[in-house]
Write a protein that binds this ligand. Structure first.
Ligand code: NAP
Length: 292
């Protein structure tokens, strides 16, 4: 058996096409596009690349980008004033503060100052609480992207045994809650889980978000399971027979022989994160405009 490969680039392109159509319809109804404000404090090179990618993606789908860059020594008061101004700006539908912020600032505190109705990353305490209580709200982009990939691949979530390896606030916890919301039976595994291989082998849906290259082996996987690899690990050089030095948390070649469906790294979960960010920005704009 060889697993079906779930093509994240393809599904992300579909989400972006839907978002483009929704943006056009929003402009027709309101005479202005949804807007996404990004805040980057300092000159961290990787963060600058991420923010640049998000702004470019906005332009491609017709969302208006507001690209705010502050120097590395910006004071807390300056960043707070900017967030408060963006919270009050009706042209700004979504706000994200790129993390990490320089050491004299508190990224968690700053993120929590974002109006929950504009929290397109889904990272504020209010958004986490809304998710935990099953209330409507903006959901974290990467876990929401995984749900979309499972749906696109025709994986039945309701009633499935789902195992999420990793319990971070950024991914593992919201992922587990989104699966629960869809009526999966969910186990969250982490570094203190005893006999992880045994826990993983129960999963109809196995999701790994650890950050350890190829940690999940083929013999941990239930035959036919849907396997979602969130991990991004850069090796010194590409593994034999591959062009990219990026690998996931799943031993891909081993898993391919056992799983029913699997996401590759790169080209699986990664492309979904920005696609869902764009989707969240449109959803936020519609909510603020009093639509559904
Ligand atoms: P994180 O905050 O470092 O969390 C890692 C989790 O893995 C923790 O819950 C940790 O358990 C668990 N863990 C560590 N070693 C383990 C082991 N040996 N066995 C079982 N569990 C173990 O990382 P994160 O932010 O969730 O990200 C995880 C990975 O996903 C990273 O590679 C990251 O780059 C990637 N990621 C990708 C995207 C994307 O594609 N857009 C988005 C988010 C994250 P404890 O809690 O017990 O320490």
């Amino acid at each position: 058996m060889s697993a079906t490969i779930i093509d994240g680039k393809q599904v992300a392109a579909e989400v972006r096409a839907e978002v483009t159509r929704e943006v056009e319809a929003f402009v027709e109804r309101h005479g202005r596009p949804p807007g996404l404000a990004t805040i980057l404090v300092g000159e961290d090179a990787a963060s600058a690349v991420y923010v640049g990618g998000k702004q470019r993606a906005c332009a491609e789908v017709g969302i208006k980008g507001f690209d705010h860059r502050l120097p590395a020594d910006a004071s807390r008061a300056e960043v707070v004033a900017l967030i408060e101004r963006l919270n009050a700006d009706p042209d700004v539908s979504g706000i994200l503060c790129q993390l990490p912020v320089p050491g004299h600032l508190d990224g968690v505190e700053l993120t929590n100052l974002i109006d929950p109705d504009k929290d397109v990353d889904g990272l504020t305490v209010a958004s986490a609480g809304r998710l935990a209580l099953g209330l409507p709200g903006l959901r974290s982009c990467t876990p929401a992207g995984v749900i979309r990939l499972l749906d696109a691949a025709g994986v039945a979530i309701e009633g499935a045994e789902a195992v999420v390896i990793g319990r971070s606030n950024l991914f593992g916890k919201p992922m587990a809650q989104l699966l629960l919301e869809r009526n999966a039976t969910v186990t969250i595994a982490h570094s203190r889980t005893t006999d992880l291989a045994d826990v993983a082998s129960r999963a109809d849906i196995l999701i790994a978000a650890v950050g350890r290259a190829e940690m999940v082996r083929g013999d941990w996987i239930k035959p036919g399971a849907a396997v979602i690899d969130v991990g991004i690990n850069r090796l010194a050089e590409p593994p034999a027979g591959r062009s990219s030095a990026l690998v996931g948390d799943i031993a891909f070649d081993e898993a391919l022989a056992v799983a029913g469906a699997i996401t590759p790294v790169p080209g699986g979960v990664g492309p979904m994160t920005i696609a869902k960010l764009l989707d969240n920005t449109v959803q936020a704009a519609r909510l603020q405009a009093g639509e559904d």
